[in-house]
Design a protein around this ligand. Structure first.
Ligand code: P6P
Length: 339
């Protein structure tokens, strides 16, 4: 049993570092705690999913006779309710909603922050009991007053105040950055508290894992095909051939690669030139975390963090991991004339 004194809770951690958030004055603390609260509620439902049959399509009734919600609809509503009630966020962009959700009620319209989120990324995996996640970005609003606007959300990753993910896996973890490194908190379900378990997370300098859906190989750009073959060559000095690991759940793939060292690749293809992943609430937050963990995140040519979003749900190719691995990928993309 770990003595109480050795545990740092999420709230204690943020308060201890309060001085590092110059303009937060407690607002960012409260906002991060609102997100953590919603994550605990979603976690509870995910863990019960196999028991009370809340999978499947919305509209059916579950065993309690309640109107059944798909887990991603449930997660979306849970995060929106928590953020609206917390009063620190004045608008949300969600993967589940076509348009910006702005909170024009008196209380929330004064919120200093806006949130972009994928409330339950990879939810198609849950019936196979694969780890899934929530991904979020936090920006300071740019509009003066009133409920937030789309302009508040369409900001480049360079403007991020904070970003993070929750991974609902063998344990539930909240991993986030506010620009001062990356820290991971594991949920102690017995007391419902996120406890600091992975301080100062950093990519290993070199990685030995590559993560990509090779089923799309024939549609990849030439540079990506070359990189895949590079990963498969035999060169013990550079730890090749690498290990191929791909779960098909961005948070789970990224989290494993952050811990063990590996590159995640979701390229554009001849079928989807901009790839599948969304810039605002998948690529940019993951990129912020990757860079804060000493790694790199690019679209194959430029920093993800520098891309100015034009629409809420625009897509971007994503290559992220240890700097040396992403540099190597980019060199092949350049050699092959970026096609
Ligand atoms: P594919 C899940 O649907 C997701 O959005 C990400 O979590 C994941 O990385 C990607 O799509 C997997 O896509 O085409 O390999 O199934």
């Amino acid at each position: 049993m770990v003595q109480r004194s050795k545990i740092t809770t999420l709230t204690e951690f943020i308060i201890q570092r309060q001085s590092e958030y110059p303009h937060a004055k407690g607002a960012l603390t409260r906002l991060l705690n609102d997100i953590a609260t919603a994550a605990k509620i979603v976690n509870r439902e995910i863990n019960a999913a196999g028991l009370v049959d809340i999978l499947g399509t919305a509209g059916r009734e579950n065993v309690q006779g309640e109107t059944q919600k798909k887990l991603d609809v449930f997660a979306n509503e849970t995060f929106i309710t928590a953020l609206k009630g917390g009063g620190e966020c004045c608008a949300i962009a969600s993967e589940e909603n076509e348009r910006v959700i702005n909170f024009s009620n008196e209380f929330s319209s004064l919120g200093k922050y806006v949130v972009a989120m994928d409330p339950l990324d990879g939810s198609s995996n849950i019936e196979s009991n694969v780890s899934i996640g929530t991904i979020f970005s936090i920006y300071r609003r740019v509009s003066e007053a009133g409920g937030g606007t789309q302009e508040d959300l369409l900001q480049a990753g360079l403007n991020l105040t904070a970003a993070g993910y929750v991974i609902y896996g063998s344990s539930t973890m909240l991993v986030f950055t506010t620009g001062k490194g990356v820290n991971g908190f594991t949920l102690d379900p017995s007391v419902g508290i996120f406890c600091l378990s992975h301080p100062d997370m950093r990519f290993p300098e070199e990685g030995k894992i590559y993560s990509i859906n090779e089923g799309n190989y024939i549609y990849f750009p030439q540079g990506v095909k070359r990189y895949i073959k590079y990963c498969q060559e035999n060169d013990p000095e550079t730890f090749r051939p690498y290990t191929s690991r791909y779960i098909g759940s961005l948070v789970a793939d990224f989290h494993r690669n952050l811990i063990r060292g590996g590159i995640f690749l979701y390229p554009g293809t001849t079928k989807q030139p901009q790839g599948k992943l969304r810039l605002l609430y998948e690529c940019a937050p993951i990129a912020f975390i990757a860079e804060q963990a000493g790694g790199k995140a690019s679209d194959g040519h430029k920093r993800i963090m520098e891309i100015e979003p034009e629409t809420l749900h625009q897509r971007s190719p994503l290559f992220t991991g240890p700097r040396a691995m992403v540099d190597k990928l980019e060199s092949f993309m350049k050699q092959c004339g970026n096609k």
